[in-house]
Design a protein around this ligand. Structure first.
Ligand code: WT7
Length: 568
């Protein structure tokens, strides 16, 4: 029998799931937006400006903490800053529909740039801060990007000469620190008078943001979302994050990952929350201090982070007062029951798993604070969402049988398109209007969904999605590598780690220093999170007999068999 964790007896924005499911309509949600009456659509307006108009201008919108530095901005201040940057971007030639790439660390400039770009109807393209030149090049070149906002440090990783369409690089520093035609944003802001009414009014179908994401084949694909996504992002923020007026909300993701855009910026601000933003890398002491100093009440993070905190032990935990926390959520990778137990024992809280994907634009399967949690399950379908487990022919599977986790399209936040790749977009829809997630799962009789793995070779390490092809391509550029096959190897801390199998070119001899050199090559050219943690040299790689196509599956089986042997 599955263990059941009962909800606390508290007041939540949604108090009874079944009742809401039976009466739900997305049209009702639309009434919450100012455009419902005005007809004027813009995500940035609903996130920030409307709260100022509604009289909440003095409420703290953003609380930034990094080392000793702390910055607090009210909704009025965020409005002014985003209006000003929006004016600068507009005067610099950015037009409605243009993509503005944003390559910044987690800091207020990054959030302001996201909202400012959206305000003038541009498409925000956040890039993960660990990206190196190859990852940046692939993304900007794929969609002929013209504009980039970055800072003095990260600009060093931008391979300008390999970005032929890039017209303007805005750097958040002074002119004297700008080189090779980079444009100083500080200077532009000083010399530009902020315009009133800078907001571009749009339609719900207009593009909002682009996130590049990996699958098992080819280079990353650009997933475009539309402003209509706000309908679902608002409602999931209300019911799943359960944001209430006094909440202090912290989502730990960087905007380069879709969670860091949708649930660190849009969903909480649509719900008028005070957002906490932490700079720097993961560090248990800093993270606990962030909760304590900012008084975080609602916290959204990922299983690997929870596992890392758990591994740091009790002593560090006990040095902090975490009693402000009232609601904790998780996303991105399977949440082990063991971590849920840790949450209950050490934080006194249930951890609520949620499931969605870059392509889905918002949460689809959720554990609500008012409902029973079955540890090991990602939860149930959000109201208004229909899910099914399909077999290989597209037939519904009975309860308990594993199959393809599929969602009935459309829903408000579903991607608008895959950038210039209709074939890829269509590949998600092999069975009529069922969106195929690529995940394998089963469902129990009460509708709870249990994740079982991927049906393709996509790697999920620490909740970060990594395409094996991108890593293999980079490995092959190293002078010693003749062939490469990359898989996710099961790992107790990170869920999976990136493992590469390679065949060396003639004349190269396997040695620890060569392996380290190859690892670093990927780390510093592509991205730190995608660099293989393990590299193993083989004589040959498994391939199909007829076409000679790499069989990653066999590499994976090999690795799983070894793990089994080791655990015996
Ligand atoms: C893939 C999507 C947008 C959320 C962050 C990741 C895996 C996501 C869970 C979960 C098990 C999960 C799936 C999915 N995934 N949430 N709760 N339990 N696996 O977005 O980078 O687009 O990755 O992450 O495999 O397909 P993403």
């Amino acid at each position: 029998m599955t263990l059941k964790l009962q909800p606390l007896n508290k007041t939540y924005n949604l108090s009874n799931y079944q009742e809401v499911v039976d009466n739900f309509s997305w049209q009702d949600v639309e009434k919450q937006f100012s455009w419902f009456n005005s007809g004027k659509v813009n995500m940035a307006h609903e996130c920030i400006d409307r709260h100022v108009i509604d009289g909440y201008g003095d409420k703290i919108a953003l609380h930034y903490l990094h080392d000793e530095e702390e910055v607090q901005l009210t909704f009025t201040q965020v409005k002014e800053k985003t209006d000003h940057l929006a004016t600068v971007l507009r005067k610099s030639g950015v037009q409605k529909g243009d993509i503005v790439f944003i390559f910044l660390p987690k800091n207020p400039d990054c959030y302001i740039a996201m909202i400012a770009a959206v305000k003038i109807g541009a498409v925000a393209g956040p890039l993960f801060e660990a990206f190196m030149e190859e990852a940046i090049k692939d993304r900007i070149n794929d969609c002929d990007g013209k504009y980039l906002i970055t800072d003095r440090e990260l600009v060093k990783r931008v391979p300008k000469e390999q970005l032929p369409t890039l017209e303007k690089i805005f750097v958040t520093s002074e002119q004297e620190h700008c080189i090779d035609g980079e444009i100083s944003l500080n200077e532009l802001l000083r010399n530009t008078v902020c315009e009133d009414n800078i907001t571009e009014w749009l339609s719900l179908e207009d593009p909002l943001n682009i996130h590049y994401t990996s699958g098992s084949t080819g280079k990353p694909k650009g997933i475009i979302h539309a402003h209509r996504a706000m309908i679902q992002q608002y409602q999931t923020g209300k019911w799943v994050l359960d944001i209430q007026e006094d909440d202090i909300y912290w989502c730990t993701a960087h905007p380069g990952w879709v969670t860091g855009t949708v649930y660190a910026i849009f969903a909480p601000w649509l719900n008028r929350a005070t957002i906490v933003l932490n700079g720097g890398r993961f560090d248990a002491d800093t993270w606990y201090s962030t909760i304590e100093k900012a008084g975080v009440t609602v916290w959204y993070s990922a299983p690997t982070a929870f596992r890392m905190l758990k591994a740091e032990g009790d002593e560090i935990l006990q040095q902090h007062d975490l009693s402000s926390l009232r609601h904790i959520l998780s996303v991105g990778e399977p949440l082990n029951p063991e971590v849920i137990r840790w949450g209950i024992e050490k934080l006194g809280q249930r951890i609520h798993d949620t499931w969605w994907m870059t392509e889905t634009g918002a949460q689809l399967i959720v554990n609500l604070p008012s409902e029973v949690i079955k540890p090991g399950s990602m939860g149930r379908a959000f109201p208004g969402i229909e899910i099914a487990i399909l077999d290989d022919e597209g037939n519904r599977q009975p309860y308990g049988e594993i199959g393809h986790l599929s969602i009935k399209a459309p829903w408000p936040a579903i991607m608008k398109e895959v950038w210039k790749n209709k074939e890829k977009f269509d590949s998600y829809f092999q069975f009529g209007d069922w969106y195929l997630s690529g995940d394998l799962a089963y469902q129990d009789e009460e509708g709870y969904v249990f994740f079982q793995g991927r049906s393709d070779d996509m790697i999920n390490s620490s909740g970060e999605r990594i395409g094996p092809f991108e890593v293999e391509s980079k490995l092959l550029e190293h002078e010693a590598v003749a062939e490469a096959g990359v898989i996710g190897k099961p790992d107790a801390l990170r869920g999976e780690i990136v493992k590469a199998f390679i065949v060396l070119k003639k004349g190269f001899v396997n040695s620890p220093s060569l392996i380290e050199d190859i690892r670093k090559f990927v780390r510093y050219k592509l991205a730190a999170h995608a660099a293989p943690r393990e590299i193993e040299v083989l004589e040959e790689l498994p391939k199909t007999k007829i076409s000679g196509k790499l069989l990653r599956r066999e590499l994976k089986v090999l690795e799983q068999q070894r793990l089994l042997l080791n655990s015996k």
